[in-house]
Design a protein around this ligand. Structure first.
Ligand SMILES: Nc1nc2c(ncn2[C@@H]2O[C@H](COP(=O)(O)OP(=O)(O)OP(=O)(O)O)[C@@H](O)[C@H]2O)c(=O)[nH]1
Ligand SMILES: [Mg+2]
Length: 480
């Protein structure tokens, strides 16, 4: 996984940790003591790459530690190693404050200059030699440096000679690679990053099976089993909800854990250093280290309800001039639409919108969605996505929402975010029991317009073509 920025973070890849710092700050002794659990009486200036025992840490990812030379004549070798690092351990000697100062005057700026954008662990070595001469705490000393250099993931003091906090140094380093903070959390603002929020919102919506806006105990349990392969005990569910509710009243309601509560819980995990929990959830739902859906997650599986067409995409209208739109709700366009476009629940064909503009509707049958979304730039040519469902049939609605979520996710993942509209067709029939509530809630959750009811049978088009051209709103997995 060498190469830092491109690190996949997925278990199974080796982690390469490079140890650097001023001369005689204890780099080589630190490495030998971690690998052999023995403080060496003498060490060569630079060690060969050292592999840590695989069972040392729970992730069981192979960790290779690279020692670096302090001598200036070996500067190019040092730079080469730093550029290949997944994480950098920077050492100073606890009894030599000038080596600590050099972190902010030399080492950290140097890493930035070299564009080594990987997590940094700052390690104070030879803690045993400091004695009581430094009354201030590590936190007091380090917090201004950590504020200035957000790439510092953790600071730790250790003593190789006394075996204090030696395995911890490399534990934090490998953890920072496998479960990085930066994509999840904005350290500056102390909030979840927008991309992380969007992914968690999507996950929440996918886990909220009854779509009532909260995770019930059963839904929470399913989520837990999916992510961690183990059920939650009833007392644990109570515990989780209590923790959330104590800090954030609206985090839980009588239906269960709300989206706000779900997001709060993840912020809490991260704050407590349990990043692996949030990463496990994201990875189970198909996200990579940049919190983008992995390629193998696109396209999503498509179930088939053969008698329906629930997904239509409007290709780029051919805008011939900058003139105002002709009203489409007048003859002959509505009639044309009625005969050709909406007959049989499909938006299809070519609708001429007066002399100046052309609205191109492309019908994507259900089985074509998979193929469409398999192209990363599929949505680039699309101005609006319209999701048509039969409002009298629940499976049709379910299918339409799944597709809406898929299209919105792909839009987010690829940057081609497309405004979406939901069309509730066959409005002359009785809707299935909770259709109105459901569809209104989903549109609210996603931050798009309320579903547009229409009935071709009754000739009621709800001004649909006008609304399509007006464009709808881009879904944002926003929750009311
Ligand atoms: N008391 C004490 N001495 C240590 C500790 N760690 C290293 N030393 C000693 O500090 C000296 C320097 O240690 P090294 O491990 O060679 O440090 P280094 O940074 O690799 O040094 P260079 O590669 O020469 O720059 C050696 O004499 C070590 O025995 C420690 O935890 N406590
Ligand atoms: Mg050395």
């Amino acid at each position: 996984m060498a190469g830092g920025a491109s690190a996949s973070g997925a278990a199974g890849n080796a982690v390469r940790i490079v140890v650097a710092g001023d001369a005689k700050t204890g780099k080589s002794s630190l490495i030998v003591t971690a690998a052999a659990e023995n403080f060496p009486s003498s060490v060569p200036p630079v060690l060969q790459p050292t592999r840590l025992p695989e069972d040392l840490y729970p992730d069981r990812v192979p960790v290779t530690i690279i020692d670096t030379p302090s001598s200036p004549e070996n500067g190019s070798r040092l730079i080469e190693e730093l550029r290949r690092a997944d994480a950098v351990v920077l050492t100073y000697a606890c009894d030599r404050s000038e080596t600590l100062d050099r972190l902010s005057t030399y080492w950290l700026p140097e890493l930035r200059r070299l564009e080594v954008r990987v997590p940094v662990i700052v390690v104070g070595c030879m803690l045993d030699k400091r004695g009581d001469q430094q009354p201030v705490s590590l936190e007091q000393v380090m917090s201004p440096i950590m504020q200035q250099f957000r790439e510092i993931e953790t600071c730790i003091e250790c003593s190789a000679v006394n075996h204090i906090q030696i395995p911890e140094v490399f534990y934090y380093a490998q953890k920072a690679v496998l479960h990085p903070t930066a994509p999840l959390f904005d350290q500056e603002q102390q909030v979840l990053k927008p991309r992380c929020v969007r992914a968690l919102k999507r996950i929440f919506i996918l886990c909220d099976h009854d779509r009532d806006g909260a995770l019930s105990d059963a839904e929470l349990n399913d989520f837990q089993v999916k992510c961690f392969n183990a059920p939650l005990q009833p007392s644990e569910i109570v515990g989780v909800k209590r923790v959330v509710q104590e800090k954030l009243r609206e985090g839980v309601d009588d239906r269960g854990l709300t989206l706000t509560g779900f997001l709060f819980l993840h912020a809490l995990f991260i704050e407590k250093g349990r990043l692996e929990t949030t990463w496990t959830v994201l990875r189970k739902f198909g996200y990579n280290n940049e919190i983008r859906l992995r390629d193998d997650q696109l396209p999503p599986p498509v179930k088939k309800f053969p008698d329906q067409v629930v997904f239509s995409v409007l290709l780029k209208p051919v805008l011939l001039q900058e003139e105002a739109l002709s009203p489409f709700n007048e003859a002959p366009y509505v009639e044309a639409a009625e005969k050709t476009a909406l007959g049989g629940l499909s938006l299809d064909g070519f609708l001429s919108l007066g002399l100046r503009k052309t609205l191109v509707l492309r019908e994507i049958p259900e089985e074509g969605v998979k193929e469409l979304l398999s192209k990363k730039d599929a949505l680039a040519a699309c101005d609006v996505a319209v999701f048509v469902h039969d409002s009298s049939r629940e499976p049709s609605w379910q299918k339409a929402t799944d597709m809406l979520v898929d299209v919105a996710s792909q839009g987010e993942a690829t940057g081609y975010e497309v405004p979406c509209l939901i069309v509730a067709a066959k409005d002359d029939l009785d809707p299935y029991l909770t259709e109105i509530q459901d569809s209104t809630r989903v549109s609210q959750d996603m931050g798009i317009e309320a579903p547009i009811p229409l009935s071709t049978k009754l000739g009621d088009f709800s001004n649909i073509f006008h609304r399509i051209v007006r464009g709808g709103r881009t879904p944002s997995f926003k929750h009311s």
